[in-house]
Design a protein around this ligand. Structure first.
Ligand code: G4P
Length: 189
């Protein structure tokens, strides 16, 4: 999506070679007009797919998912990163590597909000190693829900997540796919 790529070129900052800072418009300060354009694009791409719910993961996916959900006219469920060890049995649970705290963190969704009748669109801000998206796929599988695909804002195509998840047969629609980046340069696929 040209608008997102141009914004990344203009306002994105590459740090340490492989981290793209987009906190001025995507995951700290949020440009909701841009989010709306992204939502329209996913709505176009997944039109006719019968999506009845969007599933995302806290924290940064939530804002993007909510604005996208307005285009689909469906609710959003966000998977919660829980630090509570004793979790009641009324949740689906998966372990995902924690970037910020190290180790693994439990990610949960209440069984009340996902089930076999659902056809999900998974939304997240970044696809890098794919751990977060794989966690969401696992939760969907536990729930017996179908997955129409994944809508990703920024895919770092030089990291393995995208290829791994597409190899599982999941449709992944990333609005900006970065082929390579370094200080002062970003190349899109
Ligand atoms: P994954 O998202 O594909 O699982 O990737 P990975 O495990 O490599 O990344 C872990 C965390 O780092 C994720 O956020 C992911 O969104 C974020 N991330 C990965 N690459 C970049 C990057 O280049 N720039 C920025 N800004 N973030 C990146 P998280 O810590 O799990 O969640 P959140 O609370 O920030 O949403």
């Amino acid at each position: 999506m040209r608008e997102l790529e141009e914004r990344i070129r203009r306002d994105g900052i590459v740090e340490n070679g492989d981290v793209l800072k987009v906190d001025s418009f995507l995951n700290h300060q949020m440009d909701v007009e841009l989010f709306a354009a992204m939502g329209r694009e996913w709505a176009r791409l997944f039109a006719g797919e019968g999506v009845n719910k969007i599933l995302t993961i806290e924290a940064s996916g939530i804002g993007i998912a909510c604005i996208a959900a307005q285009q689909f006219g469906v609710p959003v469920v966000f998977a919660k990163k829980s630090r509570t060890k004793n979790i009641a049995g009324d949740v689906y649970r998966v372990q995902v590597p924690s970037f910020t705290h190290g180790g693994m963190s439990d990610v949960i969704v209440s069984k009340r909000f996902l089930g076999p009748g659902d056809r999900l669109l998974l939304i997240d801000d970044f696809l890098a190693n794919g751990a977060a998206l794989e966690g969401l796929l696992d939760l969907a599988e536990q729930a017996g829900a179908a997955v129409a695909g994944a809508g990703i804002a920024v895919e770092k195509a030089f990291q393995p997540g995208g290829a791994r998840i597409r190899a599982r047969g999941v449709r992944v629609e990333s609005l900006a796919r970065i082929k390579s980046m370094g200080s002062g340069h970003i190349e899109f696929c």
